[in-house]
Design a binder for this molecule. Structure first.
Ligand SMILES: [Zn+2]
Length: 443
């Protein structure tokens, strides 16, 4: 791949914006040099350049139910569980082509908002009648194809789903998700790992036991052990709903995090998605294992899940990534600011997540931006989310004249971007050195 030099007004480096720099890339960042050394290149006038955002938790197909669940159903009180019935109704109708189209729509919107890599928690495996397709990874590969066609990276987190839940009858609505034994799951995962589209660094796979509810312990252990042997990321919904926690205690006499911890299943590869209803002891266990938490605040507020205790996670030293999850909104900077705003409402206080040992004016914004970049990249298992030599050439630019941030001082720019940027300010998006969004339009 040929070398390209990008010349924006400002580049976000080591936690601050600097001017007069050139970013020299092929598919990776080769160097960040003084502008004098590289006077010619692609001039990005009135633009600031930042590392690409990483969306660590997505169910792309759920894009099709956007706007279709915001009304009372026949239940007395609507909840996560009544929403789930509506979501299942959509999941059970989609053809492979429709899954491709829905995914491409979601990934296109992600690209337009500066997201350059996605962790896709993919659980629709079978045909609507529950039969396995000739290629058991047909739908996973359709989702990967959609990411390729848009141009973003994808970690296909292949979901294991065994049952409805502890002492629950099988739910016919889950017929497309279920692979009844760990051997079947691992056979299909190995086939996916050998697929040609997983060879170029733009796509890779991970292991995603859906939840403790859906995957019993004797299934969970062999698949997490497989992931650890192969150094694959492991993602799992953990403690999203109180009912899930109480069912786990009933079955195992331990909360979900305590179960994972005492069975030796937590590690630095492990991402606990949501992790809302947790105890201080659970937070310490996640910290000791080096695990990551993925919060999805725009979805969590939409589903009425609760507030992720990110203050306690940060105090303990747990990294937090972000996900667009149900796609009710695709705007990772909105997720970043919601982490803070939910806690402000809960605690009637401000700047809750600002680090105690750093009183600089952009410290809070830096911390939230890290969630949207580096922590997300670590969660899905790649070396992105930062601008440094050797890192992937994945970045986006914002228009400094956009009215949502116009007029701010350079020292306040990151805080303006994290708290106030409209996504229309995002102008260029580059993934692996290739420009996929140019002046706000997909190439
Ligand atoms: Zn999810």
């Amino acid at each position: 791949m040929s070398t390209t030099t990008w010349l924006p007004d400002l580049i976000y480096l080591d936690g601050r914006f600097v001017s007069d720099r050139a970013l020299v890339c092929d598919n990776k960042i080769i160097k960040i040099a003084n502008r004098d050394e590289f006077p010619s290149g692609i001039r990005l006038k009135n633009r600031a350049l930042l590392p690409g955002l990483v969306n660590a938790h997505s169910h792309a197909f759920q894009r099709v139910i956007r706007g279709r669940t915001e009304h009372r159903s026949h239940h007395t009180t609507d909840s996560f569980w009544t929403w789930r019935e509506q979501m299942y109704a959509a999941a059970n109708r989609l053809s492979p082509e429709e899954i491709y189209n829905a995914s491409r729509l979601a990934f296109l919107e992600m690209a337009l908002t500066g997201i350059t890599a996605v962790g896709e928690f993919h659980y629709i495996h079978h045909a609507p009648d529950g039969s396995t397709y000739d290629d058991p990874n047909l739908l996973a590969r359709e989702v990967i194809r959609a990411a390729h066609d848009v141009g973003i990276r994808i970690a296909l987190l292949r979901v294991a789903y065994a049952r409805s839940g502890f002492e629950l009858e099988p739910n016919p609505q889950q017929i497309r998700f279920i692979e009844p034994s760990p051997d079947t799951y691992l056979k299909h995962l190995e086939q996916l790992l050998a697929a040609p589209e997983l060879k170029d660094g733009m796509a890779w796979a991970g292991v995603a036991p859906h939840s403790i509810r859906a995957v019993p312990l004797d299934y969970l252990k062999p698949i997490i052990n497989f992931a650890n042997e192969r150094d694959l990321p492991v993602h799992m919904h953990v403690a999203e709903q109180p009912a899930e926690v109480s069912a786990c205690i009933q079955e195992y006499v331990r909360s979900p995090v305590a179960l994972l911890d005492t069975e030796g299943l937590l590690s630095k590869r492990f991402t606990a998605v949501h992790a809302i209803h947790v105890t201080p002891k659970a937070i310490a266990s996640l910290k000791n294992a080096g695990a990551i938490v993925c919060a999805c605040p725009t979805t969590e507020r939409n589903l009425g899940d609760g507030v992720v205790p990110v203050d306690a996670y940060f105090d303990a030293g747990v990294r937090v990534a972000l996900g667009s999850d149900s796609q009710i909104q695709i705007d990772l900077l909105e997720d970043a600011r919601e982490l803070e705003y939910h806690l402000r409402l809960q605690k009637t206080a401000r700047n809750v997540l600002a680090p105690a040992d750093d009183d600089s004016s952009s410290a809070l914004a830096r911390r939230l931006f890290e969630c949207a970049t580096i922590s997300g990249a670590e969660s899905i298992g790649f070396n992105g989310g930062k601008l440094e030599p050797g890192a992937p050439a994945d970045f986006f630019t914002v228009d400094l004249d956009d009215l949502s941030i116009a007029g701010c001082a350079v020292d306040d720019l990151l805080t303006n971007i994290v708290f106030s940027l409209s996504r229309t300010a995002i102008r260029d998006v580059v993934v692996g050195g290739k420009q996929i969004i140019n002046s706000g339009l997909h190439e």
